[in-house]
Design a protein around this ligand. Sequence first.
Ligand SMILES: Nc1nc2c(ncn2[C@@H]2O[C@H](COP(=O)(O)OP(=O)(O)OP(=O)(O)O)[C@@H](O)[C@H]2O)c(=O)[nH]1
Ligand SMILES: [Mg+2]
Length: 297
Amino acid sequence: MKAGVVAVIGKPNVGKSTLINTLVGHKVSIVSDKPQTTRKRVLGIATTDEYQMVFVDTPGIHRPKHKLGAALNETAKQSLHGIDVLLIMVDCSRMPSQEDKNVAQILTEAGLLKSDSNVILCLNKMDKLKAEDVERNYEAYTELFKTENTIMTSLTKSQNVDILSGKLFNLLPENPTFYPDDLYTDQPMAFMAAEIVREKALNLTHKEVPHSLATFCEEWEQEEGRIFMRIVLLTERDSQKAILLGHKGDMIKKIGSAARSEIEEMVDQKIYLELFVKVRADWRQSPRWLRELDYLQ
Ligand SMILES: Nc1nc2c(ncn2[C@@H]2O[C@H](COP(=O)(O)OP(=O)(O)OP(=O)(O)O)[C@@H](O)[C@H]2O)c(=O)[nH]1
Ligand SMILES: [Mg+2]
């Protein structure tokens, strides 16, 4: 039996959470096309007869503009301790950006880009990579992260995921399993339900709303034949609240019905989902709110 911890690190929006959901075979971490979707360290656990891979999903490392951003970067850095394999993820359809360079610097400072380190560089989004850019981009990323142990993937087209899984397996140490075979995440259901609501809201809204949105479960009550849950959508301005509610409540209804079916599947029973939009100016700058939302390490 092989078992170990694999941290997935990279700048925002490269596909880290998509990869973990794919390899685990369950949605453990929400996905959107907006940067900074992942805000907490989330474990995704994949167990077979041969291995247990414990993936650590991390917030994308970026240049922070507020206390929330700084907390996200800190969470990503803290996730580098005690790992067996480091999986660096990039969007290979573009040349490395300043954010990729910051990721490389953090990894160098943590002593993780040495030749004897267990590192895999995953060049994702190959479906968007132009043929004439392949060589240039490949060289730029392998040079930046100082590794030739690479794999090019397209998660949206399910390309090379098995090869990546094989490469991870090769680097895992011999160990007994850490977690029960049927456990696929360390996150409580109430957190996952609030995240599903946030994902639906992220995918249905634009501009500043996704960035200033947080969700949390305020009440979770097992009732006769169903679970009652109240999930709060926290935002920073009345104008953002108006967008989240929509004309005559259209938007919040859409968010609710998209989230409800997914949460019901997860908890395997009917739910009564109450959504409530709250405005707290500048919550992203408030240590109290960041603590409350469990975004601080
Ligand atoms: N074209 C293309 N899009 C992809 C691929 N993999 C993921 N995506 C998309 O990229 C976007 C970001 O994916 P996420 O998995 O949320 O990215 P992330 O790295 O976890 O982002 P953060 O949590 O913000 O750090 C989503 O819209 C995905 O559907 C891929 O191989 N090709
Ligand atoms: Mg993510």
